[in-house]
Design a protein around this ligand. Structure first.
Ligand code: GLN
Length: 192
């Protein structure tokens, strides 16, 4: 069974552990650089990207995470997507730069900052998992404003990409770990 780390510095890492187990992987909580050894992949969960960055810097984990991502798949959800991007706006902040994306934080505004939507995945997603709409839970979500030439949009919502793949990496601006449908985690596990 593939071992998938879940970065457990802050955020909703427990829900990701359960979703990974449902998708047929062995979840392992990762809190320090040495925990990255022997993992087949890593999930960076939702939470508060600014707080996660502070903790990553305090643990000296920023560079080790970049090096890990040069060899192994990383799946970032919401704050995790912000951390994987090459450019972050509103406001600008440090990121791992593992995917060629521009991400605007808290882009849905304060009034309706959380919602549950039903989205229709692109045919490529359905072919690699199972067909059917996907529940997408957005919580103070960012919007992916630009995707690089090597990125592939697997799901869009209101015209914006919400599930994007670039090579071995995957990002979602929603929270698939909060829905009972495990197709997004299955797709990630299939990339390991
Ligand atoms: N608003 C958060 C941030 O900017 C992300 C929210 C989330 O991960 N649910 O980091």
């Amino acid at each position: 069974m593939k071992k998938v780390g879940v970065l457990a510095l802050q955020g909703d890492f427990e829900a990701h552990s359960r979703a990974l187990a449902r998708a047929g992987a062995e979840p392992v909580l990762a809190r320090a650089t040495s925990d990255l050894d022997r993992l087949d992949g890593l999930v960076i969960p939702g939470g508060e990207s600014t707080t996660m960055l502070k903790l990553m810097n305090a643990e000296g984990m920023v560079q080790p995470l970049v090096v890990f991502g040069q060899k192994r798949p990383i799946f970032g959800t919401c704050a995790g997507a912000i951390l994987l991007a090459s450019e972050v706006t509103h406001p600008a902040q440090q990121s791992l730069g593992l995917m060629d994306l521009t991400v605007e934080r808290n882009a849905y505004g304060r009034q309706i900052d959380s919602r549950v939507a039903h989205v229709t995945p692109e045919p490529d997603f359905a072919q690699r998992t199972q067909p059917g709409d996907l529940e997408a839970v957005f919580i103070r979500a960012p919007i992916i404003r630009r995707v690089g030439a090597n990125a592939k949009v697997l799901v869009a919502y209101q015209g914006d990409p919400v599930l994007v793949e670039q090579g071995r990496h995957l990002v979602a601006t929603f929270h698939p770990e909060l829905s009972s449908d495990s197709r997004v985690h299955e797709l990630f596990v299939s990339k390991l």
